[in-house]
Ligand binder design. Sequence first.
Ligand code: 1HE
Length: 265
Amino acid sequence: MKALPTLSNLTLDLHDDGVLIATLNRPAKRNALNAETIEELITLFTTLPQTGVKAVVLAAQGDHFCAGLDLVEHHKEDRTPAEFWQLCLRWHEAFNKMEYGGVPIIAALKGAVVGGGLELASSAHIRVADASTYFALPEGTRGLFTGGGATIRVADLVGKARMIDMMLTGRVYKAQEAVDVGLAQYLVEGSSFDAALALAQRAAQNLPLTNFAICSAISHMNNMSALDAAYAEACVAGVVNTQAAARERLDAFAKGTGPRIRPNS
Ligand code: 1HE
């Protein structure tokens, strides 16, 4: 097993049950994503599958989850097209490592989840919002365009017509409306962190190989033709559904002691 890396822009706190709390820690800059934070996300999520971490809560300090691209750094750097192209590829590297990495990531959202912040959130496997959370893609109104995967992941969550509307008009989605269009799966009355932690703890009880398949295979299969996806699904199920670690759970079910699925479970 590899050790967790030491990072500057994310604080890591590993719980005994294998749940890692990874917290964006630049609240004075509304957790805007500078180039260094993107590199740290790559480091963390590349290493994660070899660390034994069972699930991650992606959280943020301060009142806002993430204000997206560090606009001040971008302005100061005065990047060339080639430099920004390459920077975007680093964003994709980070977010692909999250989505396809095989370790469940639950995003605890609050305040602004905007621009690249929404691209970050949409790379997590579950999004939990609280009453303060709002979503937007302000790139369009700032003379910019999305570069961290929104055309793939946000369009996938809400559909291309809603994404185009968000970018053309600066439309903001909040609370129940955001859940209704698919930007978040949960809207909680209290703290999104507490709810995300409870979900991560629950996911961490699944077998690691099962979670690995859930948090990598489904995304890969969505990129395939239906015919190839069905074949790949059979292959993944062949490996996962015959794992030795699952025998105990199947044995319990067969003996009548395993959990039964009820409406309130
Ligand atoms: C920032 C950033 C940032 C805040 N880059 N520094 N994203 C946006 O267009 C969102 C831009 N941010 C905002 O609209 C607001 O800052 C918030 C709604 C998120 C928060 O408002 P507020 O009133 O709490 O804070 P503030 O006074 O606006 O900002 C506080 C500090 O955070 C201030 O720094 P200071 O040194 O003057 O104190 C801000 O400059 C700083 N800050 N947001 C840099 N985004 C791969 S392409 C992706 C494309 C994009 O993501 S475009 C960005 C979209």
